[in-house]
Design a protein around this ligand. Structure first.
Ligand code: HEM
Ligand code: HEM
Length: 272
């Protein structure tokens, strides 16, 4: 399994490099990186989603590093500290995830609609794929996030829950008072009898946890590449490195719910 994932990881980097190199003869590189013609926006990212994304990113880096160390102790003496790093980061990332979900559905600036895949999104899917496959030069603009973004963000959320579940199922210490471990609570009673014991169920959870670890790493490489190469200016704003230039803010609707999108000025005011 390790060899497969490592090959996949290298393959994704090569693919990204290949995709980037085609953008040079296609003129996209020049348009964006030399002439500075990056996509225009009518909304700017708000402060709290930026903060949560930062917390999430730092925790994910710590989790991937410490997790891989738990599996392959690649230097001496790190076993206990790396376990602690994993436990602390998993607690923070879990709370941060709940906060993001709460924010999406219940806060004043709830934004769950941005992530919903609509019929129009599905109809635009071929066009979006054609744009990324260099078959067409225009990307359909249906909403703030395109259909691929929406689906990958939703997949990130599903993977987070799966990673939390499989990760907690690796804990075999008995909890105080109830005299059961997280493994027994989460998988022991249903998966255990199916696969021939709690230990086997735990072993499956370890395999899944490890496979999802690689899925995260691979998806993050693509997400990182697209964030930088497709929309650098909003990326810099999202990370708080450089404000998105106000003169580039445009006011246009997205077709459906927010067809009567607020004027750009209001969007800026909202962002600040
Ligand atoms: C989301 C919440 C998470 C929880 C609750 C969690 C929990 C755990 C636990 C309890 C272990 C076993 C540690 C030990 O043996 O002492 C573990 C191992 C591991 N975790 Fe996580 N983790 C989470 C997220 C992640 C993420 C996001 C990644 C990678 C991106 C990751 C990668 C790993 C790896 C590679 C291992 C080693 C697995 C092995 O031994 O084969 N974990 N995790
Ligand atoms: C490697 C560094 C990363 C970069 C440069 C990056 C960049 C970005 C950017 C620029 C956006 C905003 C898009 C927009 O609003 O137009 C975004 C949103 C998002 N990113 Fe990342 N990201 C990174 C890592 C990650 C990781 C590790 C995950 C999850 C495992 C992730 C999950 C998301 C999600 C779910 C969103 C949706 C918006 C939100 O949550 O507010 N990102 N990312």
């Amino acid at each position: 399994m390790d060899a497969v994932f490592i090959l996949l990881f290298i393959g994704v980097w090569l693919f990204v490099l290949f995709h980037f190199s085609i953008s040079i003869p296609k003129g996209r590189f020049r348009k964006k990186w030399i002439e500075g013609k990056w996509p225009e926006h009518d909304h700017l990212p708000l402060f709290l989603p930026k903060l949560m994304h930062w917390i999430h990113l730092l925790c994910m880096l710590a989790l991937a590093f410490s997790g891989l160390y738990i599996r392959f102790p690649f230097f001496d003496g790190g076993r206990t500290p790396m376990r602690w790093v994993h436990y602390v980061a998993m607690t923070i990332v879990g709370l941060n995830f709940l906060w993001r979900v709460w924010y999406a559905f219940f806060s004043k600036n709830r934004d769950y609609k941005k992530f919903g895949v609509t019929k129009r999104d599905l109809q635009s899917a071929l066009g979006v794929l054609a744009y990324y496959g260099y078959f067409s030069d225009s990307k359909p603009h249906v909403a703030e996030y395109n259909v691929m973004q929406k689906m990958s963000y939703l997949l990130f959320a599903v993977l987070m829950m799966a990673q939390g579940f499989t990760g907690l199922s690796l804990l075999t210490q008995e909890l105080p008072l109830i005299e059961l471990s997280m493994r027994e609570i989460l998988v022991g009673w249903w998966l255990g009898p199916l696969v021939g014991g709690v230990a086997v169920a735990g072993a499956w959870m370890r395999i899944l946890h490890y496979a999802i670890n690689w899925l995260f790493i691979i998806m993050t490489v693509v997400h990182f590449y697209l964030a930088v190469n497709e929309d650098l200016l909003i990326g810099l704003d999202f990370f708080g490195f450089k404000k998105y230039p106000k003169e580039k803010l445009v006011s246009h609707g997205h077709g459906h719910d927010d067809a009567h999108a607020a004027p750009a000025v209001a969007a800026v005011a909202e962002a600040e």
